[in-house]
Design a protein around this ligand. Structure first.
Ligand code: FAD
Length: 506
C-alpha cells in the first residue's frame, strides 16, 4: 500500500482532515472544541468547497449551494447553527419566505411557502381531487422530521449513544427505524394517484437528491419537506462562503490549524493502518486519525491505490454511482429585468420526460434578492445550473470546448427568458462552469454532485457511515450517511467527530 515515505513527518496531530468542505470543517471544529489537536489540509485557496465563493467585477458569487437549511433556531436538526455555536461564532441570516418557485410543464406554477398550510393550500388548488392525499403524504414527512428533531443527531456507529437516545426517545427511534429502509415514491403512491402530481413529487425530490422519488430515501425527504416550513430556508448575510470562514475562525480560536494550497496526494499506511498524509509538495504529516472529506471515489481510487480497494468499497460502488455534475452559469444582470416580487430560488422544466436528462432541469438562485450587498448597485446575481455529464465535455480541443461552453450558456439563457423576459438584454457579466470546472476547483471525481443509487435501494440503509474498513481512516461529507446538502454533510461531520472522539477517548 501507499506509504513508502522518505520525508520525515513534520508534526504530529490527533486528527488530520483532508479538505475543508462543510463536512470537513464541522468535523474539525467539533473535535477542536473537544480538545483535539486538529490539522485541516485544503488544496484550494479558501475554505468551503462546494459551499465556497468567488469574486468577479464587484459580484460575490456562491460556488454552489445557496438554498440553505440548518439555520433554524429550535429543535436539533439546525446543525449549521449548532456547528457555529459550538466554536462560539455566529453569523446573520436572512429568512426566505419561499423555498422554491416551480415553473413546470403544462403551466404548473407553484410556490413552496415557508408557511406549511399556505403551501398545502396552493398545491391543493392545483390538484383539488387529491386534497386528502396531499395532506396525508406531507403529514407523513412531518412524522419522520419530528422523530429526527426530537434527538441529538450524532454517530449511529456509537452503541452507547444509540442506547441513550433509545431510552430517552423510544418512539422517535422506532419511528426512524421504520422509515430508514423506505423511499418516497412508495409512500407517495400510497396516498396519491394523479400522474402529474406524482411527477411533481418526483421533482420535489429531484431538485436536491437528483433522483426521482422512487430512489429518494424517506429519511432525507422527511428532513427537507418539513424543515423548510420549520427552521426554514435562511441565507447567510455576506454569502454562503461566510459559513466556512466563520467555522475556520472558530477552529483557529481553539488552536486548530488549517493550511491552504495543501493538496494531499496520498494517505500514508503502516501495517494496514492509516497513519498520515503526503502533500503534493512532498511534506508529510502524521496523526492518530485521518479523515477524508474528498469523495469516496477520490479517497479510495486516488489517495489510496485503486488496485487495493477494499471489497466493502467495491460493493458500495456497485450500489451507488456518480451523479452528473453541472453546467453552471454565474450571471450579473441589471436589476430592472426582475419584476418586484421575484423569488430567490426557481426550478424550470419544460417537459416531465426531460427531468433527469443532460441539461434537463434548470436550477436558479438569485441571492441578491435577499442580500443586495453581493452585487454592484442596481444589479443582481443570477446563479443558474443544470445537470451535465463529464462525457459531454471531454476530448475537445480548447477551441471546441470554448465554443461548446458559449453555445450551452446561450441556450440556457434563452430558456430562462421564459421566466425572466429581457434577460439577454440585461446581461452585465457572465461566467460559465462545466463538469471540468467542478472537477478542477472542487477536486471531485467527474465533477460529481455526489452518490446516487444505481437502482432502487432500501432507503438510506446502503449509505456508509464514517468509519471505513481501514483502521484509522474515516470519511466525511456527501458520500457518507445521510448524503448531499449542507445540513446533511454537517450531520455527517457531527457523526464523524463523535465517533472519533469516542475512539480517542476525548
Ligand atoms: C451547483 C451546486 C449547487 C448546490 N446547491 C445546494 C443548495 O442550494 N443547498 C444545499 O444544501 N446544498 C447544495 N449543494 C450541495 C452541497 O454544496 C454539497 O453537498 C456540500 O457542500 C458538500 O460538502 P462536502 O463537505 O461533502 O464536500 P466539498 O464541498 O466537495 O468539500 C471537499 C473539500 O475537500 C477539498 N479536497 C478534495 N480533495 C482534496 C485533497 N486531495 N487535498 C486537499 N483538499 C482536498 C476540496 O477542495 C473541497 O474544499 C449544491 C452543490 C452544487 C455543486
Amino acid at each position: 500500500m501507499t506509504g513508502k515515505s522518505t520525508a520525515i513527518a513534520t508534526q504530529d496531530y490527533d486528527v488530520i482532515i483532508i479538505g475543508s468542505g462543510m463536512g470537513g470543517l464541522v468535523t474539525a471544529t467539533q473535535l477542536a472544541a473537544k480538545g483535539a489537536k486538529v490539522l485541516v489540509l485544503e488544496k484550494y485557496l479558501i475554505p468551503g468547497g462546494s459551499a465556497g465563493y468567488f469574486e468577479r467585477e464587484g459580484y460575490h458569487f456562491d460556488v454552489g449551494a445557496s438554498m440553505i437549511f440548518g439555520f433554524g433556531k429550535e429543535g436539533t436538526t439546525n446543525l449549521l447553527t449548532r456547528a457555529l455555536d459550538a466554536v462560539n461564532v455566529s453569523l446573520e441570516t436572512i429568512p426566505d419566505p419561499v423555498q422554491i418557485h416551480y415553473h413546470l410543464p403544462n403551466n404548473l406554477e407553484l410556490k413552496v411557502h415557508k408557511n406549511y398550510d399556505k403551501f398545502i393550500d396552493e398545491l391543493t388548488a392545483k390538484f383539488p381531487h387529491e386534497k386528502k392525499g396531499i395532506r396525508r403524504f406531507y403529514d407523513e414527512c412531518w412524522k419522520v422530521f419530528n422523530c429526527l428533531n426530537a434527538m441529538e443527531l450524532l454517530s449511529l456507529e456509537e452503541p452507547r449513544y444509540l442506547m441513550r437516545v433509545f431510552f430517552q426517545h423510544p418512539f422517535a427511534c422506532l419511528g426512524l427505524v421504520k422509515y430508514l429502509p423506505q423511499n418516497v415514491g412508495d409512500i407517495a403512491r400510497r396516498y396519491i394517484s394523479d400522474p402529474e402530481l406524482l411527477n411533481f413529487i418526483d421533482m420535489e425530490c429531484y431538485c436536491w437528491s437528483v433522483v426521482p422519488a422512487d430512489k429518494t430515501p424517506m429519511i432525507n425527504a422527511g428532513m427537507v419537506f418539513s424543515d423548510r416550513h420549520y427552521g426554514g430556508i435562511n441565507y447567510p448575510k455576506g454569502g454562503v462562503g461566510t459559513i466556512a470562514e466563520k467555522l475556520v475562525e472558530g477552529l483557529e480560536k481553539l488552536g486548530g490549524e488549517i493550511q491552504y494550497k495543501a493538496r494531499v496526494t496520498n494517505i500514508l499506511m503502516e501495517t494496514g493502518k492509516a497513519v498520515g498524509v503526503r502533500l503534493a509538495n512532498g511534506k508529510e504529516y502524521r496523526a492518530k486519525r485521518i479523515v477524508s472529506n474528498a469523495t469516496r471515489w477520490d479517497t479510495f481510487e486516488k489517495l489510496l491505490p485503486k488496485n487495493e480497494m477494499p471489497t466493502k468499497e467495491e460493493k458500495w460502488q456497485q450500489r451507488y454511482e456518480k451523479s452528473p455534475s453541472f453546467l453552471s452559469l454565474h450571471l450579473g444582470v441589471k436589476s430592472d429585468i426582475l419584476p418586484i416580487g421575484t423569488e430567490c430560488h426557481h426550478i424550470l422544466l419544460e417537459q416531465w420526460e426531460a427531468m433527469e436528462d443532460e441539461q434537463g432541469t434548470i436550477f436558479v438562485s438569485i441571492p441578491t434578492l435577499l442580500d443586495p450587498s453581493l452585487a454592484p448597485e442596481d444589479h443582481h446575481i443570477i446563479h443558474t445550473f443544470t445537470p451535465s455529464y463529464m462525457k459531454e465535455w471531454e476530448g475537445l480541443s480548447s477551441q471546441a470546448y470554448h465554443h461548446k461552453k458559449e453555445a450551452a450558456a446561450s441556450h440556457l439563457v434563452e430558456r430562462l427568458e421564459k421566466i425572466f423576459p429581457g434577460l439577454i438584454e440585461g446581461l452585465d457579466y457572465q461566467e460559465v462552469g462545466t463538469p471540468r470546472t467542478h472537477r478542477r476547483f472542487l477536486g471531485r471525481d467527474q465533477g460529481t454532485y455526489g452518490p446516487i443509487p444505481r437502482r432502487k435501494l432500501p432507503g438510506l440503509l446502503g449509505m456508509p457511515f464514517n468509519r471505513t474498513v481501514i483502521p484509522g481512516l474515516y470519511c466525511v461529507g456527501d458520500s457518507t450517511f445521510p448524503g448531499q446538502g449542507l445540513n446533511a454533510v454537517a450531520f455527517s461531520g457531527f457523526a464523524c467527530s463523535h465517533r472519533i472522539a469516542v475512539d480517542l477517548g476525548l
